[in-house]
Design a protein around this ligand. Structure first.
Ligand code: LLP
Length: 431
C-alpha cells in the first residue's frame, strides 16, 4: 500500500499536509477528505441513473452527523436518514430540506414525532404499534397527512457482528414478519387517512460483504407487499454496505450491491406487473467511513519483552469506541512518513483508564518517537458519532479538507465545555 505524500514525505489528506493539520488544529483530530465523500455520493447516484430506475440515496447520518455533512449531502442532491430529535435539529440547523429526511428508530418519543411532523419531515419510517398510535394522534392534532414506510424485521441474518446486525428475527427493530405483526401494522396504516403508506423498509445489518442478504431482503419486501395485495411506491432496503478498514478487508464496489438490489427489484416488478417502485438505500458507513481518518500524537510506550509493544497516543476509546466495543480492526500509518519501511509490530493504545482502550490491535510501523503523528485510517463512520467525554476528556475537533483547503466543522471541546452543564451541589446534609 502506498500513501499520498508531499516532498517532506508527510502524509497528505485532500492535498493538505497532515502534519500541518495536526500543528494547526492539535490532536486528536478527525480529518475528512470531502472529495471522497462527494465521490461516493455521486457513485451511488450514478448506479441508479445508469440503470434508469427511480431511487433515493439517503445518507444514514448516524454514521456522522454534523451541520457540515448535511450541507454536503444536500449539495450532492441526496437525502438523509435521521434517528433522533438531535439529528433532526442538526439537519434543520444546517438548512437541510426536511422533505428529504426520513426518520428511523424503534422508540421515537411523542416530542420527537411531533417535531418531525410539524417541521415537515418527508418520511417517517414507522417501527412499532405504539408509534402508529402516537403518529395517528399527532397527525390528527396537526392536521397533517404524513408519508410513511413500515419497517419490517425480515428475519434475515447478515454475516456481521451480532451487535450491529439488525435484520434477524430476534431484533428490537421493526414489525415481525413471521408472526403476522407486520400484516396487522399494514392494515392499521392503510385504514388511517392521516397516513400515506408509500412502502416498506428493512435493514439487514451493517458492514456486510456479500450481496446475497441484500438480494434476499429486496425480494422479501416485494413478496411481502405482493402477498398483502399492496403495490408499493417505495422499497427501502436500508444500508450496511461494507468498507475496507484494514488491508485484509475485501469489500465489493458499491455498484455490485446496488446492481444486485436493482436487478432483484426490476425482476419482481416485471413479475408482478408493477410500476417500478423507487429504490431507497441508506448508506452511512460507506459514505463517510473511508473518507475519514484520525490524527493522534504519539506519547509513551511500554515494551514487555517477548510479549508486546504498547504505543500510547493522546486519544483512544473516547474518540473511537469501536475496537473496544466490536473488536473492530483498523490500520494506522505514521503520518510523518507513511511509506517508510516498517520495523516493529505494536498495539496502539489510548490514554483512557481502561485496559480495553485499544485503537489498533496489531500494527506494523516504522520506529516512532514521542511527538510523531499517527493516523488511524477509515475512522469516518461511527467515530465522532459515538465519541464520549469518558475520563473527562474533551472531544476532538473535526476538520473538512477539500482541494488543498481545510476548515473546522466541529470545534474541539475545551475544559470549560466539560463543566458547562455542571452545577455546584447546594444542599448540605440533604438540607
Ligand atoms: N439504516 C438503518 C435503518 C440502520 O439501522 C443503519 C445502521 C443504517 C441504515 C446505516 O448502516 P451503515 O451503512 O452505516 O452500515 N455503531 C455501529 C454501526 C451501527 C449501525 C446501526 N444501523 C458501528 O460502529 O459499526
Amino acid at each position: 500500500m502506498s500513501y499520498p505524500i508531499n516532498t517532506a514525505q508527510h502524509l497528505t489528506i485532500g492535498e493538505v499536509d497532515a502534519i500541518d493539520l495536526a500543528k494547526t488544529y492539535g490532536t486528536p483530530l478527525y480529518v475528512y477528505d470531502v472529495t471522497k465523500i462527494r465521490q461516493t455520493m455521486r457513485d451511488f447516484k450514478a448506479i441508479f441513473e445508469k440503470e434508469d430506475v427511480p431511487y433515493v440515496v439517503s445518507y444514514a447520518s448516524k454514521a456522522f452527523a454534523s451541520k457540515a455533512i448535511y450541507q454536503v449531502a444536500q449539495q450532492e442532491g441526496i437525502h438523509a436518514d435521521i434517528v433522533s430529535g438531535g439529528e433532526l435539529y442538526t439537519a434543520l440547523a444546517a438548512g437541510f430540506d426536511p422533505k428529504h429526511l426520513s426518520f428511523n428508530g424503534n422508540n421515537k418519543s411523542w416530542d420527537e414525532l411531533t417535531m418531525a411532523v410539524t417541521e415537515g419531515v418527508g418520511t417517517i419510517i414507522v417501527d412499532n404499534f405504539l408509534e402508529l398510535q402516537l403518529l395517528s394522534e399527532i397527525t390528527t392534532q396537526n392536521g397533517v397527512k404524513q408519508d410513511i414506510l413500515l419497517r419490517i424485521s425480515p428475519g434475515i441474518s447478515a454475516h456481521t457482528h451480532e451487535f450491529i446486525s439488525t435484520g434477524q428475527q430476534d431484533s428490537k427493530f421493526g414489525f415481525d414478519l413471521l408472526t403476522g405483526q407486520a400484516k396487522t401494522a399494514y392494515d392499521i396504516a392503510r385504514q388511517n387517512e392521516n397516513f400515506n403508506l408509500r412502502g416498506l423498509h428493512a435493514h439487514i445489518g451493517s458492514q456486510i460483504f456479500d450481496v446475497t442478504g441484500f438480494e434476499k431482503n429486496a425480494a422479501l419486501l416485494a413478496e411481502t407487499a405482493k402477498s398483502w395485495g399492496f403495490q408499493p411506491e417505495v422499497i427501502n432496503v436500508g444500508g450496511g454496505f461494507g468498507i475496507r478498514y484494514t488491508s485484509e478487508d475485501e469489500p465489493l464496489p458499491e455498484s455490485e450491491y446496488a446492481d444486485a438490489i436493482i436487478r432483484t427489484l426490476k425482476s419482481k416488478a416485471a413479475e408482478y406487473d408493477w410500476k417500478m417502485p423507487e429504490i431507497w438505500i441508506e448508506p452511512g458507513r460507506s459514505i463517510v467511513g473511508p473518507a475519514g481518518q484520525t490524527l493522534y500524537t504519539i506519547g509513551s510506550r511500554k515494551d514487555i519483552p517477548d510479549l508486546r509493544h504498547y504505543l500510547a497516543v493522546d486519544g483512544g476509546m473516547g474518540d473511537n469506541i469501536r475496537p473496544a466495543l466490536y473488536q473492530a480492526n483498523y490500520d494506522a500509518i505514521l503520518a510523518n512518513n507513511p511509506n517508510a519501511s516498517t520495523q516493529e509490530v505494536v498495539r496502539v493504545a489510548g490514554k483512557y483508564c481502561e485496559s480495553g482502550d485499544v485503537l489498533v490491535w496489531q500494527q506494523a510501523l516504522p520506529k516512532t518517537k514521542p511527538g510523531d503523528i499517527l493516523s488511524v485510517l477509515a475512522t469516518g463512520a461511527y467515530g465522532y458519532a459515538m465519541a464520549s467525554n469518558y475520563n473527562r476528556n474533551p472531544r476532538p475537533a473535526v476538520v473538512f479538507v477539500e482541494n488543498g483547503k481545510h476548515q473546522v466543522v466541529i470545534a474541539r471541546e475545551s475544559y470549560a465545555h466539560l463543566i458547562a452543564l455542571d452545577h455546584d451541589y447546594m444542599l448540605k446534609n440533604g438540607k
